[in-house]
Design a protein around this ligand. Structure first.
Ligand code: MSP
Length: 510
């Protein structure tokens, strides 16, 4: 048994999740489900990033205490994941005392080891954005989104010695070409590491921000939100001394969006190195989902698509399928309602749903709804059997590279092949010919057994619908990975008729 640990980013709890958030979580969930299906002991972590200026400000605006505000929104996220069939094994909250304890201990350890020092930070501060800004960001002396120009501010901050880890990080990336995937993001980070990266400010003065984990040796400061948040990947495992940490950490894979690449490389790799934690095994970096205006989907731009509404309208499984099929991991793309509807109608209703419906209705009509026993296979069946038998390996290899869309595409290609097989085998003509009874048994059995394989292969993507499909097929309801051909549906057992993906058109809404 091998342990795998898959993490999503922990989300800022200042609003409900939009489709961009669902994209990361659904990918991580599907990967975890595939790994579990294939026999790995896989743990999925997600959670809520609850400290920092952004949340404190949002709470003030909502006229709520930060803790009550974070409690409410953390529940919103938990509920959203439930409704999207994202099933984390752990949900970490940065306000949990066990997490805060790990953060304090790590800070103290680094401080004692001389990796943290106090210095004055001087820079241009944007009151509107509540952060230091660089000259490069300014247009006509101010940030485009601000009304007022930034002010020169000087405040004491604790700094973590990040720069001393730069050479090590660069070497790590060079020695581990698959550490960051897809490769364009590895190249981006290697470029960043060619120049000095400086040290990292890891505290904020309490008189400016109270909502954070106190710096253990200095009550005048709280911990910077990213230093706090990144440690949420290890705190739920009981770092440093619990068995879950030693079991799961060596197989850790982080799933993130490209906007947080820098924090997950420069910050997180240097922090783990300083703390003596092994670097993560993989960082899978997604592109951005764009709104219909072509800009990154985000709350502030108001161009977000609500994943829960889409799941209610098109079905959660059609949404999950579309998310992995429509936008290749690592690239930017658009997942609009029109795109989900099209994927649902074409791939799921026309190709997969129709194949199942036709097959089941022929079994009902020609064989009284009982699974026939296959007789002699010819080359047409042998091609299908060979493909169905190799697909679990093909799919898993793609899953390991987070190419989930390509994996699903391979299975859908089998579905297309099976639709072609129905057309060329003409079961309706065989049914009229008394001498072709054996042949009809073989064709119908092959279709049912291949559909059973499909239900297993796509179960991690569409758990609800593939469960329904197995019920219709009358085989074992529990999914089973890598089942040898001939062990899915049982001759003599009863199938049911049903429509998996009733076709939807926008007109239904009228
Ligand atoms: N709290 C930090 C992450 C800390 S991880 C230790 C954060 N939170 S976030 O809520 O702003 O974003 C969470 C994730 O959602 C990020 O990976 C981000 O890339 C992703 N996305 C946010 N908008 C997105 C799109 N429009 N498209 C794809 N992913 C997007 O950052």
């Amino acid at each position: 048994m091998t342990y795998r640990y898959i993490t999503t980013p922990i989300y800022y709890v200042n609003d409900r999740p939009h489709m961009g958030h669902a994209y990361a979580s659904v990918h991580a969930d599907i990967m975890a489900r595939y790994l579990r299906a294939a026999g790995h002991q896989a743990m999925l972590l997600t959670g809520a990033d609850e400290h920092g200026e952004k949340i404190a400000k949002a709470a003030t605006q909502a006229n709520e205490a930060p803790r009550a505000f974070a409690d409410r929104h953390a529940e919103t996220f938990k509920d959203a994941w439930r409704r999207l069939s994202v099933e984390p094994d752990r949900f970490v909250r940065t306000t949990a005392p066990a997490h805060a304890k790990v953060v304090s201990e790590c800070l103290s350890r680094l401080f004692e080891a001389g990796e943290i020092y106090l210095a004055d930070y001087e820079g241009l501060y944007s009151v509107g954005q509540e952060r230091f800004v660089t000259d490069k960001e300014l247009v006509d002396g101010k940030l485009p989104e601000d009304k007022e120009p930034p002010v020169l501010r000087r405040e004491p901050n604790y700094f973590f010695r990040m720069e001393v880890h730069r050479a090590w990080m660069r070497q790590l990336l060079l020695d581990t070409p698959d550490l960051i995937q897809p490769v364009q993001y590895r190249n981006e980070v290697l470029k960043l590491l060619e120049e000095p990266i400086g040290d990292l400010s890891i505290s904020r003065p309490v008189n400016r921000l109270e909502w954070g984990i106190p710096i253990p040796w200095d009550p005048e400061h709280v911990t910077y939100v990213w230093f706090d948040a990144l440690l949420s990947y290890v705190s739920p495992l009981g770092y440093p001394d619990q068995p879950a940490f030693s079991n799961y950490w060596p197989g850790v894979r982080h799933v993130i969006g490209k906007d947080i690449l820098r924090t997950h490389t420069l910050f997180w790799l240097s922090m783990t190195h300083a703390l003596g934690i092994a670097p993560y095994r993989r960082l899978y970096v997604s592109g951005h989902l764009l709104g219909s205006d072509g800009r990154k989907m985000s709350k502030s731009l108001g161009n977000g698509v609500d994943p829960l509404e889409a799941a209610d309208t098109y079905g959660v499984d059609a949404l999950r399928y579309t998310l992995i099929r429509e936008v290749s991991f690592g690239f930017d793309g658009i997942v609009s309602n029109a795109v989900i509807e099209q994927r649902r109608n074409r791939d799921l209703a026309d190709d997969l749903g129709n194949l199942a419906a036709r097959t089941l209705s022929m079994v009902k009509r020609y064989r009284d709804g009982l699974v026939p026993a296959p007789k002699r296979y010819d080359t047409r069946e042998e091609t299908i059997i060979a493909r169905a038998s190799e697909l679990p390996h093909v799919v898993l290899a793609l899953v390991e590279e987070m190419k989930l869309g390509r994996a699903a595409e391979q299975v859908m290609d089998l579905v297309k092949q099976l639709n072609g097989y129905v057309a060329s085998s003409t079961p309706w003509a065989l049914a009229k010919d008394p001498d072709a009874s054996d042949r009809l048994d073989t064709v119908l059995y092959t279709l049912l057994e291949a559909l059973y394989s499909v239900s297993n292969l796509l179960h991690p993507v569409m758990p609800g619908k593939m469960h329904e499909l197995r019920i219709l097929l009358g085989g074992s309801v529990e999914p089973c990975w890598d089942l040898p051909w001939g062990h899915g549906v049982k001759p003599g057992s009863t199938v049911k008729e049903g429509i998996l993906f009733p076709k939807r058109t926008g007109e239904d809404d009228a």
